[in-house]
Write a protein that binds this ligand. Sequence first.
Ligand SMILES: [Zn+2]
Length: 188
Amino acid sequence: MYFVEYREHSNQQGGLPVKALLVIDMLVDFIDPQGALYIGPAAEKVVPQVKSRLEKYRSEGNPVIFICDSHLKDDIEFNLFPPHSVEGSGGDDIIPELTPKVDERVIEKRRFSAFVGTDLDLTLRDKGIDEIELAGVVTNICILYTAAMARMYGYKVNVPISAVASFDEEAHNFALKEMEKTLGVTMI
Ligand SMILES: [Zn+2]
């Protein structure tokens, strides 16, 4: 079958479909206390947790994809939030603790969902990936809406509770519950 052969089966453990880690918005503007949309004290706690997930995926030979806000100067999202992660501003840089390796994909996005206006779905399908893990920020915004779209596209989605964070604890808890109960995300 053409389509099956076309897919790149790169799993190193043999046979089973690979899974990917999506590291979402671990950027200077959200995580650095000087950042334009710093999420607050939760930022400090989430960094080592995301790093640990990243190292796990790397050591298992499973792909890691960095998903990064990269806004236009007059992006429509700034009607909702103060300007942040403007492309080329430095605020859109991944924090140094989590620097991608040369062979790891970085996908820029301009909407809450990492699937909107990006080639994420195509990238995952090309690799035969049907299971993703979401780590990073913000739980009730980009994590939640990426999880929602991933589920609607049929991906299995896992969220490590300690490796996601928000500026708003109530919204964080709501989003975790919504992902688990409504979207069928597995909490790990
Ligand atoms: Zn944004």
